[in-house]
Write a new protein. Structure first.
Length: 131
């Protein structure tokens, strides 16, 4: 997800009379290390991690000059509902499925029973030749 709120612009100004080294750190690790001339201002954009608080600090000679905590809330999530919605079949659908299953079983039993008695005959189908 692309979020414009993730980008933070940091402006560093050198008010001294010589070239100075500085660093911009995110959560204690250096992200940008650069030099700035006397009387110059340099703007740097960094991207924050989404939905996490990040500490951004500017250091000079390994000493923090200024730091701030920022959070990029890009996802726009809302609070989760207190109870989950009911999903799944309705009660009438469940009763209809159970009735269909029972009817199919009864039909199968009837067909099995009738198949067992249907081909029986008392008289023989083919007469035997007795010569």
């Amino acid at each position: 997800m692309h979020c414009r709120a993730r980008s933070v612009e940091i402006s560093v100004t050198n008010v001294g009379g010589r070239i100075e080294d500085y660093a911009i750190e995110e959560d204690g690790s250096a992200t940008v290390a650069d030099r700035i001339g006397p009387g110059a201002t340099r703007a740097t954009k960094i991207n924050l991690k989404e939905d996490r608080t990040t500490t951004v600090a500017v250091t000079w000679r390994n000493e923090p000059v200024k730091s701030a905590k920022r959070k990029a809330n890009c996802t726009g999530r809302t609070d989760p509902p207190e109870s989950l919605p009911r999903t799944g079949p309705e009660d009438a659908t469940m009763f209809a499925r159970i009735a269909t299953g029972v009817a199919a079983m009864i039909t199968g039993v009837i067909i099995f029973w009738y198949g067992g008695i249907w081909p029986r005959r008392r008289d023989p189908m083919f007469k035997k030749d007795t010569d």
